[in-house]
Write a protein that binds this ligand. Structure first.
Ligand SMILES: Cc1cc2nc3c(=O)[nH]c(=O)nc-3n(C[C@H](O)[C@H](O)[C@H](O)COP(=O)(O)OP(=O)(O)OC[C@H]3O[C@@H](n4cnc5c(N)ncnc54)[C@H](O)[C@@H]3O)c2cc1C
Length: 255
């Protein structure tokens, strides 16, 4: 019996571990488009401010996979699932990978709201944060482009954690939130107000009730245009506006 797991996040990895606990013989292969073994995303923003290193995020090192007899294919993206023939195809490779059971644990992808010019400016000053490579790209962009001002779109948990580390990089930091309070999913108006005071006390500016209409810039980000007609200057815009499930593979396989 061969079990394939797509995705080596917490879901894929602990599924593999639990299968191994139940069955010592079954063949388990985890495939991930990321090049790192299982790591935690919780402290990713601290990689940007270099408070931690990549090694500090890694939860299971090579020995864990050896000890549990779990094989991995890292840095490989699954392109298509052929459910009828029970095999899958990797991007850029011709070989078919057969399976008896397939587990899809492909997690989520950052959501980019419908802001004019946002998708076009990704990598040119617009970034999202989901994985180690995103964090390294953000860190390098700050270093190589003389970034002084950053805007974080999204005043939720991840947006605020990111804002703190961006501020730790000594950047002029502004959080722009669509709703009239921070952490709109978690807090009421009163608590949101208290949190705003705390965040501002850390030197982070907060703009509430502001919808972003457009990212300004062509080769490099110059700022954002808000729906109330203002231009806010920035050398970098980080979008932390929720996630959407990565379901394209499953959808295409008609699951
Ligand atoms: C900055 C940050 C901080 C967070 N902090 C917290 C926290 O404090 N507490 C908390 O509970 N949660 C937190 N989360 C959320 C938590 O990380 C997620 O809930 C968790 O990662 C979900 O795990 P998962 O295994 O379902 O998916 P993911 O972690 O998204 O893993 C899915 C994996 O599948 C891979 N993949 C997708 N498609 C393919 C394909 N076609 N081929 C190959 N591989 C593919 C992806 O690259 C990814 O590596 C945080 C997230 C972030 C980004």
């Amino acid at each position: 019996m061969k079990i394939l797991i797509i995705g080596n996040g917490v879901a894929g990895t602990f599924t593999a571990q639990n299968i191994r606990n139940l069955d010592k013989e079954v063949e388990i292969l985890i495939i991930s488009q990321e090049k790192y073994p299982y790591y935690t995303r919780v402290k990713l923003p601290e990689l940007i401010s270099e408070k931690i290193k990549i090694e500090d995020l890694i939860v299971f090192k090579e020995e864990w996979y050896e000890k549990n007899n779990i094989k991995t294919l890292l840095n490989r993206k699954v392109k298509r699932i052929h459910q009828k023939h029970k095999h899958l195809i990797l991007e850029g490779e011709d070989d078919l990978i057969p399976y008896d059971k397939l587990i899809i644990a492909t997690g989520s992808t950052p959501n980019i709201p419908p802001i004019n010019n946002a998708k076009e400016m990704v990598g040119k000053g617009v970034f999202t944060l989901r994985n180690i490579d995103n964090a390294l790209e953000i860190r390098d962009y700050i270093k190589n482009n003389d970034v002084k001002k950053a805007i974080i779109i999204g005043g939720g948990l991840l947006g605020l954690e990111l804002a703190k580390q961006i501020k730790n990089c000594d950047l002029d930091t502004t959080v722009v939130e669509f709703f009239p309070r921070l952490l709109p999913r978690q807090l009421d108006v009163e608590c949101g107000g208290l949190l705003k005071e705390q965040i501002e006390g850390m030197g982070i500016k907060v703009e509430l009730d502001v919808a972003t209409e457009e990212i300004i810039g062509n080769d490099h980000v110059k700022g954002i245009k808000t729906k109330d007609g203002r231009n806010l200057e920035a050398d970098m815009v980080l979008i932390q506006a929720g996630i959407r499930a990565t379901i394209d593979l499953a959808k295409e396989a008609k699951l």
